[in-house]
Design a protein. Structure first.
Length: 524
C-alpha cells in the first residue's frame, strides 16, 4: 500500500474514531465539573476536610492511566464507554478541585468582609464575590483537566472504547506508522483546540469580556458538537448496546432470537487484526451485519465474550488453559482443547467452534548467528547460557503462568528481563539490545529478522491452537456457524505467518483486510 493510499485509508476512519473520542472526553469533562466543583466549594469552607479530600483526589493521579482504565472493568462489570468514562472523571478531578479551592482562598479577605458588611449571606458572598474573582483560576484548572482527559482517552481502546487510540494501538501492532501519526496528530490537535478555547474563556473571565466569552463558548460547542455529530464508527464500542435479554445463560434451553449485528472482537496484535478481518469478511459474505471491536486486552476480550459484549473472536487454547482455567499441568493438544471446550460450555455457555488449523505458541527466539555461535538449539541449551543473556518479553508474559512454568521446568535465570510492546520487542532483538525474546510462532518477523526458535523438549509451553469462540448468544446461531465452519482446519502455520509478514513488513505493506482476503483460499 502506498503512503498516499494508506493516509487516505486512515483519514477515512478519522470521523468515527473522533466521534468516540470527543463524546468520551466531553462526557468526562462535563461530569468531572459536576462532581468536582460542588466538592471543591464544600472543602473550601471547611479547612479540616480540605487535606483528606485533596489527598483522596490526588491518589488517582498516582495510578497509571491504562491501569486505572483496566481496573474499572471488573469494578463496574462493564466494557467500553462506562469504565473509560469513570476513569477519566477521576483523572479530571484533581486540577479542578485544587484550582477551585486555591482560587477561592486567594480572594482578598477585605473584599469578602466588605461583602459581609453590605449584608450579604455566606452564599451570596460565595456566588457574588469569591467565585467571580476565582473564576480565571478555576478555568485554568479546567484547561489542565481537558488536556489530561484528551491524552488519557487514547488509552481507552484496550477496554473496548472507540477512540483516537485505535489508530495508535492498531498502528503500533501492525507497524503502520501512518496510522500512529494520524492518531497522535488528531489527539494533539484536539487537545490544543480545547486548551486554546479554554484559554480564551480564562481571558474572558479576567477581563469580564462578553465578546470573548461568547466566542469561547461557541468554539467549545463547535468542537464537542461537531465531534459528537461526526459519523459514528461502525465498528462500534462493545458497550454501545447492552447484552440482549435473549442472551443464553447457563442451563437456558429457550430459543435464541437472531442477532441484529454480530460483533467480532480482536486483541491488539497483527494476527488478531487479520483474523478479525477474515471473520468479518465471512460473516458479511453470508449477509450478516458486522461490527468489529478491536484492540482489546486479552482478559478484556474473553470477559467481553462471556458477557455477550462481543460475539466471536479467535483465542488460543494455551492462553485459556493457563489464564482462564488456571491450569499449569502439561497436556497434549487434543486433551487441552477437549477439556477447554467442555469448561467453556458449562461455565459460561461459550462455544468452542473448533480450531483453525495452526498454533501460535510462545517460543523463545534468538538471532540465528548468535544461537549458532553459542551452540543453542533447544531451551535446555539456552539454560546453560541464560545467566549471561538478556531476555525481552511482551508486556504481559512475565505475569503469565507460562513464565513460571517455563522458568521452573528449565531452571532459567537470565542476566536481565525487560518487557516491551511486541513491536519494539522484535526491534530490540534485531538491534542486539536483548538476546532472547518470547516470540510468537506465527509471527512473520521471525523469518524477516532471521531469528531461530528454540525447541521446547520438555513441553513447558502448553499447546496454543487458534480456536474460534462464540458468545452465549451466538453459540447456536446457524448463520454464524455456517459462515465460519469452512475456516476450521483450513489455515496452516506457514500461511498465517506469511499473512502476518505481509502486514508487518515495511515494503509493500498490506492492510489486515487485504491479508485476510489473501489468506482464505476457499469460496466467498
Amino acid at each position: 500500500m502506498t503512503l498516499n493510499a494508506n493516509l487516505h485509508a486512515q483519514l477515512a476512519l478519522l470521523p468515527g474514531y473522533l466521534h468516540g473520542h470527543v463524546a468520551l472526553c466531553g462526557a468526562a469533562l462535563g461530569l468531572g465539573l459536576c462532581v468536582s466543583l460542588p466538592l471543591a466549594l464544600a472543602v473550601a469552607r471547611s479547612p479540616r476536610a480540605r487535606g483528606p479530600v485533596m489527598a483522596a483526589v490526588s491518589i488517582f493521579q498516582t495510578i497509571p492511566g491504562l491501569a486505572l482504565l483496566a481496573l474499572m472493568v471488573p469494578l463496574l462489570g462493564a466494557f467500553g464507554f462506562w469504565p473509560a468514562l469513570t476513569a477519566l472523571v477521576l483523572y479530571s478531578m484533581l486540577p479542578i478541585v485544587r484550582n477551585t479551592v486555591t482560587g477561592i482562598a486567594q480572594v482578598d479577605p477585605e473584599l469578602v468582609e466588605a461583602g459581609r458588611g453590605l449584608g450579604m449571606t455566606e452564599r451570596q458572598v460565595l456566588t457574588r464575590v469569591q467565585l467571580p474573582l476565582a473564576l480565571p483560576v478555576i478555568v485554568a484548572g479546567v484547561r489542565t483537566a481537558a488536556v489530561w482527559v484528551v491524552g488519557i482517552a487514547t488509552l481507552s481502546t484496550p477496554v473496548g472504547q472507540v477512540s483516537l487510540g485505535n489508530f495508535i494501538f492498531g498502528g503500533l501492532q501492525t507497524r503502520n506508522w501512518t496510522a500512529v501519526g494520524v492518531g497522535c496528530a488528531a489527539a494533539a490537535a484536539l487537545a490544543l483546540a480545547l486548551d486554546g478555547l479554554l484559554a480564551l474563556l480564562e481571558r474572558a473571565a479576567r477581563g469580564r469580556s462578553r465578546r470573548r466569552l461568547g466566542a469561547a463558548l461557541a468554539g467549545l460547542a463547535l468542537v464537542f458538537g461537531g465531534g459528537a455529530l461526526a459519523p459514528r464508527l461502525t465498528p462500534a464500542s462493545p458497550s454501545a448496546e447492552p447484552a440482549p435479554r435473549h442472551a443464553r445463560a447457563r442451563g437456558d434451553t429457550s430459543p435464541v432470537a437472531p442477532i441484529a449485528a454480530i460483533r467480532v472482537g480482536a486483541k491488539a496484535f497483527t494476527e488478531q487484526y487479520i483474523l478479525a478481518a477474515l471473520l468479518t469478511q465471512r460473516l458479511e459474505g453470508a449477509g450478516l451485519k458486522v461490527e468489529a471491536v478491536t484492540g482489546l486486552g486479552s482478559t478484556i476480550a474473553f470477559d467481553a465474550l462471556t458477557k455477550n459484549r462481543i460475539d466471536v473472536y479467535v483465542d488460543y487454547t494455551g492462553t485459556l488453559w493457563s489464564s482462564a482455567m488456571k491450569r499449569s499441568d502439561p497436556a497434549p493438544s487434543w486433551r487441552v482443547q477437549s477439556e477447554l471446550a467442555g469448561w467453556l460450555a458449562t461455565t459460561y455457555g461459550v462455544r468452542d467452534l473448533g480450531a483453525l488449523g495452526f498454533q501460535n505458541t510462545y517460543a523463545l527466539a534468538m538471532r540465528r548467528a548468535q544461537a549458532q555461535a553459542l551452540g543453542i538449539r533447544t531451551i535446555d541449551d539456552l539454560a546453560r547460557h541464560a545467566h549471561t543473556l538478556r531476555l525481552g518479553t511482551d508486556y504481559e508474559f512475565l505475569q503469565r503462568p507460562e513464565w513460571t512454568h517455563l522458568r521452573e521446568a528449565y531452571g532459567l535465570r537470565f542476566a536481565s528481563k525487560t518487557a516491551f510492546d511486541p513491536t519494539f520487542m522484535y526491534q530490540a532483538v534485531a538491534r542486539e539490545q536483548v538476546d532472547v525474546i518470547t516470540a510468537f510462532s506465527t509471527d512473520g518477523r521471525i523469518d524477516t529478522l532471521d531469528l531461530v526458535t528454540l525447541d521446547d523438549d520438555r513441553r513447558a509451553f502448553p499447546p496454543y491452537q487458534a480456536v474460534v469462540l462464540l458468545s452465549p448468544r451466538a453459540a447456536d446461531d446457524r448463520r454464524v456457524i455456517a459462515a465460519l465452519t469452512p475456516l476450521l482446519g483450513a489455515l496452516s502455520l506457514s500461511r498465517m505467518r506469511a499473512a502476518n509478514a505481509s502486514v508487518d513488513r515495511s515494503a509493500d505493506k498490506k492492510t489486515p483486510a487485504q491479508a485476510a482476503r489473501a489468506l482464505w483460499p476457499g469460496p466467498r
